[in-house]
Design a protein around this ligand. Structure first.
Ligand SMILES: Nc1ncnc2c1ncn2[C@@H]1O[C@H](COP(=O)(O)OP(=O)(O)OP(=O)(O)O)[C@@H](O)[C@H]1O
Ligand SMILES: [Mg+2]
Length: 485
């Protein structure tokens, strides 16, 4: 039994509370019984006293003391009934004194001089206890035809005290037994109530990244423990999804890295086996290797950028950026690529749109979108970039007249390593992470991204930045990308 455990502490408090309640209840019964017994005894004394008073009232004015004594003996018989009786004709003539009671419980001779009740005292106040003799005594004063009398009627407290001490013994034995029984059952109950918590912690001990599909048993009790089990199960579900996404990401990334490495290895093996390769041939092979190295480099920096965004890395500079100006300078830098692809880049509709953000990352967004638009637009096509301010937002659009994206692929274009046409994109060197980088950067900037596309006619990517309240989202939000990306 661990004294610091929840079960022990709850049990201890429960026992203490019950103990106090039992003691209070015991005290209440004891004092209640005492007062009941006392008032019953007093009633019986008064009834006898009334009988004596009746005799005194009924007596004629000239009654002899002996006659009164006779009547009291025959009608009340105090000694026989174990009562004390003393009748005094005031001021001081004792005309009757009862003898020793039949049960010998008190000595009538030991009862001291009378104490008259205060004038106007109530029935209860006219009674007094003589503790040294163990007697309850009720005193009344009455005026009759034969004179003024004081009637003192008493009875032994002993039977009442016997009942009370029995009661005390019963309480003294019963109370500790009840408290011990309550403590034991309380401890057992608390332990049983906390058993689901033990099960939860046992499962938590067994959990590892390998068995995240285990679930806690949920007992439909509707209480906090049911809610805890459900919340933990939901958390496990999210954790498993997240781990699976990470694993898929790692597998996809390794796969993408392997392809150029295989090509490089092949080229180098060929080079090493050719003893007499011409300078032309050498240049060609080295050029091919360099191309793959370039692809690798691009892929690795893309992956690095994604993992930094996932880790919630804050943008270095957070400044006002004019999307029109940034798009213009970026497009100028990519003009050569566009010309190579035979694509015209239209910058005629760039209007000032200032947003808060990290210039380098926003540039990356434009580079990726433009790169896609140029790459997936056949010769003779057109790519237009537009920017404008609209209802507290900075809007950027990259539109092309290219191959378009099939409707069923649209929701997945922002997924990591997703390519509409694997073979085609691989030839073009795309790994399928450009748009997921765009999406992660947008999330960090609190921007929304939407895409519209018609197969064979072209696509349009639209970004909507909060212009005034551009803010860095907390790290947790960017980690969420893991699930979608
Ligand atoms: N403008 C576009 N027109 C047609 N298809 C597009 C366009 N932009 C993207 N896609 C499709 O969406 C896929 C995902 O694009 P994303 O930019 O993420 O990858 P990628 O361009 O293939 O490779 P990466 O950008 O990593 O070099 C592309 O493979 C392509 O199939
Ligand atoms: Mg791309």
């Amino acid at each position: 039994m661990n004294p610091r455990s929840l079960a022990f502490r709850l049990g201890a408090w429960y026992t203490l509370l019950l103990g106090v309640i039992f003691v209070l209840l015991g005290a209440a019964t004891f004092f209640g019984l005492q007062s009941y017994l006392k008032s019953t005894l007093l009633d019986s004394i008064r009834r006898r006293s009334t009988q004596v008073q009746q005799i005194l009232f009924e007596a004629p004015a000239s009654v002899a003391d002996a006659e009164l004594q006779r009547q009291i003996d025959s009608r009340v018989a105090p000694a026989f009934n174990n009562r004390f009786l003393r009748v005094t004709r005031l001021p001081a003539a004792v005309i009757y004194r009862s003898g020793a009671p039949a049960n010998g419980e008190f000595d009538p001779a030991a009862v001291g001089p009378p104490v008259d009740p205060a004038p106007g005292a109530g029935a209860a106040d006219r009674a007094r206890t003589l503790p040294e003799l163990g007697i309850l005594l009720s005193t009344s004063v009455l005026d009759t035809a034969s004179g003024r009398y004081r009637v003192e009627m008493g009875a032994s407290l002993h039977p009442m005290q016997t009942v009370l001490s029995h009661q005390l013994v019963v309480l003294a034995i019963l109370l500790p037994m009840l408290v011990v029984a309550a403590a034991a059952s309380g401890y057992v109950l608390v332990n049983r109530a906390l058993r689901p918590v033990d099960r939860i912690s046992a499962l938590a001990e067994q959990l590892s990244l390998q068995n995240l599909s285990q679930r806690l048993p949920v007992e439909r009790t509707g209480d906090a423990l049911e809610r805890l089990a459900i919340a933990l199960n939901n958390m496990l579900g999210r954790l498993r999804d997240s781990v699976q996404t990470q694993r898929r990401f790692l597998a996809d990334a390794s796969h993408e890295l392997r392809t150029p490495l295989t090509v490089i290895k092949g080229e180098l093996q060929e080079l090493s086996s050719q003893t007499r390769a011409s300078a032309e041939e050498m240049r060609e092979r080295v050029g091919s290797v360099l191309e793959e190295v370039g692809r690798l480099e691009q892929l690795v920096s893309g992956l690095l950028m994604l993992s930094r965004l996932d880790a919630g890395e804050r943008p270095r500079e957070w400044a006002d950026v004019d999307l029109a100006e940034l798009a213009h300078s970026t497009a100028e830098q990519m003009r050569l690529i566009a010309e190579d692809g035979g694509v015209v880049v239209d910058l005629s509709d760039l209007r000032r749109a200032v947003v808060r953000g990290d210039r380098a990352r926003l540039k990356q967004v434009i580079v990726n979108l433009l790169d896609n638009a140029i790459r997936y637009t056949p010769r003779g096509g057109r790519v237009s970039i537009r920017s404008r301010e609209e209802a507290q937002c900075g809007v950027l659009e990259v539109k092309d007249t290219g191959v378009g994206i099939p409707a069923d692929a649209l929701p997945r274009v922002f997924d990591r390593f997703f390519r509409v046409d694997d073979a085609r994109s691989r030839d073009d060197g795309g790994a399928g992470i450009g748009l997921s980088i765009v999406k992660s950067i947008c999330t960090v900037h609190g921007a929304e991204i939407a895409v519209e596309s018609e197969l064979g006619h072209g696509s349009c990517f639209r970004l909507r930045f909060p212009r005034i309240t551009g803010r860095i989202l907390p790290a947790a939000t960017s980690n969420e990308n893991l699930k979608t990306g």
